[in-house]
Design a protein around this ligand. Structure first.
Ligand code: SAH
Ligand code: SF4
Length: 399
């Protein structure tokens, strides 16, 4: 999940008023692959070759209404609309912009037919990127794409809430509300690409599945979304990173995915040893560090690909000098080509930890680097929009 410095008072700009509608579409097309769209067309007595056109309209041209698909004749558009066919892409219900350019969106999800809805998920746009590499001190590039950013990262949610119960995480406080569908996960991305006028193949956009939720506890929908994003939207899986708290069966399934479709992998290590990890991440009692590392070793990494270990620094709990040495040992023992992303913990209401001192963060980083570990410090983004996962949702719901 993403977060902000809560010591800074929320000073957000609300760009669009909330417009949450309650229409449940009878035939949302968004979320179906080109193949599924083709099958649906054929079933309706239409030509099969229209399937790819429909997929291109929805995912590449980002058309939101069947009535606007100009590659279709007026008659065909009207026939489909008369049957109740609609694109049904998730929409941005509300957005917040930070002074640093970060934008946070409440994206309106669509519940399956027959259920009440919709409800919202959080998605974040970070121009200039902040998914690890961006913390490497590299110079900001001047935008050559005519936009005010040269690269960007979209942080995507996979569930509403989370069941994993990490003690330092705000999303955990919500519990698991529900899984997102593949269309709702991919829909966050397409909606933001559209908002930012991203040109696929030209602009540098990375995706991180690090928003709300545990992607590997919603595996089929998560990978379904990745497939849509690769096959239909045209994004590269090598520009996507999925973060997991260490769900071993999920990692083993992930290891079976073909390289053409598999994103890069990040593991939330967050502790120097099993004792501390079990305390702050109860899931560690089920799948301890060694079990997670064994599972990760089953993933056939691409040339030069590295696994990321995320490490949240909690004052006194995970940020001591001896912890840095232990982390270096854990990384070495894993035998994995790896890098460590340090994240200074951000507090939230009712969470009993303390932020690390800047000096502790710095000496932790230097100590790991001194041990020969590739280490990056993740820059906090969107501080002034009080961007903690879960918190924004709460403010909107009037909590
Ligand atoms: N559920 C997945 C992905 C979402 S969490 C996972 O846990 O990996 C993404 C990252 O945010 C994780 O590395 C998590 O450890 C980190 N995180 C959670 N709460 C945080 C907080 N309050 N401050 C800093 N990082 C946090
Ligand atoms: Fe938060 Fe990730 Fe843990 Fe879920 S698994 S509680 S999102 S850190």
């Amino acid at each position: 999940m993403l977060y902000a410095e809560p010591s800074v008072a929320p000073k957000y700009t609300q760009l669009v008023p909330s417009r949450i509608t309650d229409s449940v579409l009878s035939h949302p097309l968004f979320g179906l692959s080109a193949e599924e769209l083709t099958a649906r067309l054929v079933e309706a007595g239409e030509a099969a070759w229209r399937g790819q056109q429909l997929a291109d309209a929805i995912y590449r041209q980002r058309i939101q209404s069947v009535g606007e698909i100009t590659t279709f004749s007026k008659e065909l558009r009207e026939r489909l609309q008369a049957r109740g066919w609609e694109v049904g892409r998730p929409r941005i219900a509300q957005d917040f912009r930070s002074v640093d350019g970060t934008e946070r969106y409440l994206v309106e999800g669509r519940l399956p037919d027959g259920q009440a809805g919709p409800d919202t998920v959080e998605t974040v746009w970070m121009p200039e990127g902040d998914e690890g590499e961006a913390g490497d001190g590299s110079e900001e590039e001047s935008a050559e794409n005519g936009k005010n950013w040269s690269r960007a990262t979209i942080c995507v949610s996979s569930q509403i809430g989370c069941a994993v119960n990490c003690q330092f995480c705000l999303t955990a406080k919500l519990g698991l509300q529900r899984n997102l569908s593949a269309g709702e996960i991919a829909g966050q991305v397409v909606t933001v690409l559209d908002r930012q006028k991203v040109e696929i193949g030209r602009d540098r956009v990375n995706l991180v599945f690090m928003g709300m939720g545990e992607p590997f506890l919603n595996y089929d929908n998560f990978m379904g979304a990745v497939r849509l994003l690769v096959d239909e939207v045209g994004l590269s899986p090598q520009r996507m990173t999925v973060s997991t708290s260490g769900i071993v069966p999920g990692i083993l399934r992930f290891a079976e995915e073909p390289a053409e479709i598999r994103p890069k992998l990040a593991i939330s290590l967050n502790a120097p040893n099993n004792e501390v990890r079990s305390e702050i991440m109860p899931i560690n009692r089920k799948w301890p560090i060694e079990a997670v590392a064994d599972a990760v070793r089953a993933v056939k990494l691409r040339p030069r690909e590295r696994v990321t270990f995320e490490y949240v620094l909690l004052a006194g709990v995970t940020d001591r000098p001896e912890h840095a040495r232990e982390v270096a040992r854990v990384v070495r023992r894993s035998g994995l080509p790896a890098k460590v992303n340090l994240i200074a913990w951000n507090p939230g209401p009712g969470i009993p930890y303390t932020m690390p001192a800047p000096e502790a963060v710095d000496s932790f980083r230097r100590s790991l680097a001194g041990e020969g570990v590739a280490v990056y410090l993740r820059r906090p983004r969107g501080r002034d929009i009080y961007a903690a996962c879960g918190q924004l949702k709460r403010t909107v719901e009037g909590g």
